[in-house]
Design a binder for this molecule. Structure first.
Ligand code: FAD
Ligand code: DLZ
Ligand code: SF4
Length: 516
């Protein structure tokens, strides 16, 4: 009779994860470890660390309640050697299993480390595919083969056909269109009641974790409290039900909107649950489809939501595993500016940035358009070094793991992969932010002014970016219109743009006190 040590990582908290599927409760042992190396390889937001550790402890408790033997090593256990590799070696030496089973991790650095686990333990290590996704990495590689540039929309249609999600029996998409994005860009009207995400009161286990995290990681950027995340599958399923009932109906219309003082609008706040295993992407998409079929949500909402998960989430994962490890080092636009200090303090006069950064500090979450068009857009226009801004995104969000963070930041936001993932950078002036939010009315800068001391920095930085990156972007057909406009600006305006940009960008270097 063989005994297997089944190693479950903090983002694999699913009873059906590959490494647990063949588990024999009478013989096998599950290993789970809280380790400093995972909490500090980037300085994670304390709320993110607390979320992962609390969810791990609850998951281990549920396994034990089901009669499964679990070796769970807490962070402050004096015997803890504080890394996956050394804790696995210690467990293997003490438990003397016949072999080790583990599911593929979500980050290349961990997979690379795993490849050395057989040697350090002297045991066979089976690395099983992570089949929580709709599309395997092999299938994605086959789809991408021979394509010089990839486009999410085509991949998404393929997956719609394959899964049957929002499809008619004759193979046509429901509603006669694949994509309702054009209906998903409405600015938020005044007076619309906004739902809040589902909140859970921390229990004694979570409170213990919060005390530990505050003590050990209180110096990291971000606030551990208030803490309201679900940390069990049962509560995450409640959060899903709450979203479908309260927010999904308007998710589509206001997907790109932003509003001062409103953190959530109609977003789901479910990504942290999906990414750590508490929710499964297939059940989340099915819940949205059911709501539409029942008549409880319009098609533009159900399709818009499903596209994010079935389309974007799968697409970025496929690209990550196809292109790593070289992908993380790309810097196609040659950006060289260090990350401005205010990303770690939220202390900036640019109101849109202050709002997004402040929410990030309080909640360890912000929604897509804030990440893309505010913090991301600014980093793109300011020419921030990809590695620095990628490390920031990886640290500050509760849903951040490299497989999903890196392609979003490096590919979608920074266009640092030369357009492999997206056809153009999402660069935008203050005009876009003004259209989609009410931030500008409460900002010290004037969004209508294009140059000068009081002008919105996004305005001159946008043109300055196009001027500086003409070599790389000038022939991009999707930027033909902005480049034609640029060429009509005239030398005085261009000189003012260059002067204001240089002055503003110079003010970004230096200590926190003199940051913008
Ligand atoms: P909703 O707006 O309710 O969307 C529903 C779900 O769709 C999300 O829960 C998420 O699972 C999925 N989704 C939406 N957009 C994307 C996307 N572009 N890529 C992958 N999944 C998506 N998402 C992460 O999960 N982790 C990250 O580290 C992450 N980093 C990002 C960095 C940048 C620069 C950008 C532009 C986007 C990033 N995203 C990331 C995607 C997206 O911003 C978050 O998934 C979303 O904000 C989470 O909030 P929500 O659950 O309320 O999402
Ligand atoms: C994010 C995280 C943190 C903060 N801590 C742990 C931990 O102590 N133990 C663990 O198993 N996982 C943790 N994680 C999640 C891992 O970083 C994640 O599993 C890897 O990045 C692979 O995706
Ligand atoms: Fe942001 Fe410019 Fe608007 Fe201020 S004026 S909130 S900096 S877009």
């Amino acid at each position: 009779m063989t005994r297997t040590l089944r190693f479950v990582l903090g983002d694999q908290l699913d009873r059906d994860i590959a490494a647990l599927r063949e588990l024999d409760a009478g013989r096998d042992v599950v290993l789970m470890v809280e380790v400093m190396t995972e909490a500090t390889y980037v300085p994670h937001h304390p709320k993110k660390i607390a979320f992962v550790l609390a969810a791990m402890r609850h998951f281990a408790r549920e396994l034990r309640e089901a009669g499964i033997e679990v070796r769970y090593v807490e962070l402050d256990d004096p015997a803890n050697t504080q890394s996956f590799r050394s804790e696995l070696a210690r467990a293997a030496a003490e438990l003397r299993p016949d072999g080790i089973a583990v599911t593929e991790p979500g980050e290349w650095r961990v997979l690379d480390d795993m490849r050395g686990w057989a040697e350090v333990t002297g045991l066979p290590v089976e690395i099983l595919p992570d089949d929580r996704f709709f599309c395997s990495t092999t299938r994605f590689a086959r789809w991408a083969e021979g394509k010089r540039q990839l486009r999410m929309e085509l991949f998404y249609r393929d997956l719609r056909r394959r899964t049957g999600l929002l499809m008619q029996p004759d193979g046509e998409p429901e509603g006669g269109r694949w994509n309702f994005d054009a209906d998903n860009r409405k600015p938020l009207p005044n007076g619309l009641a906004l739902p809040e995400p589902f909140r859970v009161e921390p229990d004694a286990v979570t409170r213990g974790v919060l005390a530990l995290v505050t003590d050990r990681f209180g110096h990291h950027f971000g606030e551990p409290l208030p803490f309201w995340f679900a940390v069990t599958r049962a509560d995450a399923l409640r959060a899903l039900g709450h979203f479908v009932a309260m927010a999904l109906p308007r998710f589509g219309d206001y997907q790109d909107a932003m509003r001062q003082g409103e953190d959530w609008l109609f977003h789901s706040a479910l990504s942290q649950y999906l990414n750590c295993g508490l929710l499964r992407p297939a059940e989340v998409c099915a819940a949205a489809e059911r709501a539409w079929r029942r008549g409880d949500a319009p098609l533009n909402s159900a399709e818009g939501f499903i596209r994010q998960i079935l389309g974007w989430r799968e697409y970025v994962r496929g690209i990550y595993w196809l292109k790593m490890p070289g992908y993380a080092r790309l810097n196609g636009l040659g950006s060289r500016r260090p990350l401005p200090w205010f990303y770690w303090t939220a202390d900036t006069d640019l109101n849109c940035l202050r709002q997004a950064l402040d929410q990030t500090r309080r909640e360890a979450l912000s929604h897509h358009i804030q990440r893309l068009m505010v913090t991301g857009n600014f980093a793109l226009l300011a020419g921030v070094v990809p590695e620095e801004i990628c490390a920031w995104y990886l640290a500050v969000y509760a849903d951040a793991y490299e497989w999903v963070e890196l392609p979003n930041v490096l590919g979608i936001v920074l266009h640092a992969d030369g357009g492999y993932l997206g056809s153009k950078p999402y660069a935008a002036s203050g005009n876009y932010i003004n259209r989609m939010s009410d931030f500008c009315g409460q900002c010290r800068y004037d969004v209508r002014r294009k140059t000068g001391e009081s002008a919105c920095p996004f305005n001159y930085l946008y043109w300055n970016f196009l001027i500086e990156k003409r070599g790389q972007l000038g022939r991009n057909p999707r930027l033909a219109q902005p480049y034609r406009t640029l060429d009509r600006l005239g030398p005085e305006r261009v000189a003012a743009i260059r002067r204001d940009s240089a002055r503003f960008l110079d003010s970004l270097s230096g200590a926190p006190a003199d940051a913008a």
